[in-house]
Design a protein around this ligand. Structure first.
Ligand SMILES: *Cc1c(COP(=O)(O)O)cnc(C)c1O
Length: 387
């Protein structure tokens, strides 16, 4: 074992089942390990490295800010987060943004906003949030409570009260809504839960019920947002407008940044002192995010859709592949072999993949070169085929 692997095993809390690879550098959609082996990156650090590794434009934006000031605290005005908030609002129609550092925190803020809004609007006791089975919303005690997968809960009970998870059907939703319901929290594409896009009819029903019962709609776009789905945010493909949108992962292209966007209804919910974060809206992360977001234009998003179609058409119906699901460059593949076996084989052949539950998951950089993508697809096909 290399020193790094030994040190990691000795000193890092063993919460991760790591792959037996030490990454030392990268360039675009290629990564290199400590033995010089080259890999095609089909994971982007779990949908984080939007434009791959060491992207020159992103490095320029980040280092320019780094040389000015790296942090000031939220007691002062700073341009990078103000400009980023403006750009986010312009591109989404949302009214205000709260910045944090991760997806879980972006969701915590969304949950606090929904509870405060419901309390002020409907009074005490209206705090329940309906979430979906197989969702994933984070690892804090409250976002775990929101996560509709019991396997994540069992060691940490009791969790925060006030969350109910349902199957995404109209009947289940109607049965769950009551006078206590404040909001519905959903991922348009459940990522960790198996790359499952929501059914369009369910989304329509959800919007109708939310309107009738005056419930807030909260879109968790931590994974499917920031161009990943082929539109800037995935909800934009469903003809709906959430009241709150949370995002993180790919937003700053590799730096920690969470954003909770507040729509018209809830834009005034927070007042000074009601929420905060020391690092939230960090200037370096914000400068990185501004650069990323400015490049997520129609041309780029169109390319995401084309590459998505290429993956679907190349993999659907191939030997050893049972199904392909997803949206844009967020794709789940149900394979006949166990996903771990496919991942190991692809790793040997120089392609790094992810899993989502029992599926193989692809989250390549949005600007991956067509030739590299084709090469990775061929490797995946080879690995899925029976020997
Ligand atoms: C990853 C993820 C989170 C949690 O984000 P962290 O940055 O790990 O806290 C929340 N929601 C969704 C949909 C995610 O994919």
């Amino acid at each position: 074992m290399t020193d790094t692997k030994l040190l990691d095993k000795e000193y890092i809390a063993p919460t991760y089942g790591r792959f037996p690879v030490e990454i030392v550098r990268g360039e675009g959609s290629l990564l290199y390990d400590n033995e010089g082996k080259e890999y095609i990156d089909m994971g982007s650090g779990i949908a984080v490295n939007t434009f791959g590794t060491a992207d020159p434009l992103w490095i320029k934006a980040v280092t320019e800010q780094l040389s000015l000031f790296q942090h000031t605290s939220n007691l002062y005005y700073t341009a990078p987060c103000a400009r980023l908030a403006e750009l986010l609002c312009q591109r989404t129609g949302m009214k205000k943004v709260f910045f944090s550092n991760s997806g879980a925190e972006a969701n915590e803020c969304a949950i606090k906003a929904a509870r405060k809004y419901a309390f002020e609007k409907k009074g005490e006791g209206c705090y329940e949030i309906i979430t979906l089975k197989n969702s994933f919303h984070g690892r804090t005690i409250t976002t775990l409570a929101a996560t509709g997968q019991d396997s994540f809960h069992k060691d940490f009970l009791p969790l925060t009260d006030g969350f109910i998870s349902i199957e995404p059907t109209e009947e289940a939703l109607l049965a769950a809504v009551s006078d206590k319901t404040a909001a519905i929290l959903f991922e348009i594409v459940r990522g960790e839960g198996g790359v499952l896009p929501l059914d369009r009819d369910f989304v329509k029903a959800m919007c109708r019920v939310a309107k009738e019962k005056e419930l807030l709609l909260i879109a968790d776009e931590v994974q499917c947002g920031n161009g990943r789905s082929g539109t800037l945010y995935a909800y934009m493909q469903y003809g709906m407008t959430p009241d709150i949108v949370s995002t993180a992962k790919g937003l700053a292209g590799g730096l920690p940044l969470g954003a909770t966007m507040l729509g018209e209804k809830v834009e005034g919910v927070f007042t000074p002192g009601t929420h905060g974060s020391t690092f939230g809206g960090n200037p370096i992360a914000s400068a990185g995010a501004y650069s990323i977001l400015s490049r997520l234009d129609d041309t780029l998003l169109c390319e995401v859709k084309e590459k998505s179609e290429l993956i679907f058409s190349s993999l659907l119906g191939q030997p050893g592949i049972k199904s392909v699901t997803g949206l844009g460059l967020m794709i789940g593949i149900e394979t006949e072999k166990p996903a771990a076996e496919v991942l190991a084989k692809c790793r040997d052949l120089g392609v790094l993949l992810l899993t989502a539950k029992t599926k193989v998951r692809l989250l390549p950089p949005l600007n991956i070169e067509k030739e590299l993508l084709v090469k990775a697809i061929e490797v995946i096909k080879t690995a899925c085929r029976e020997e």
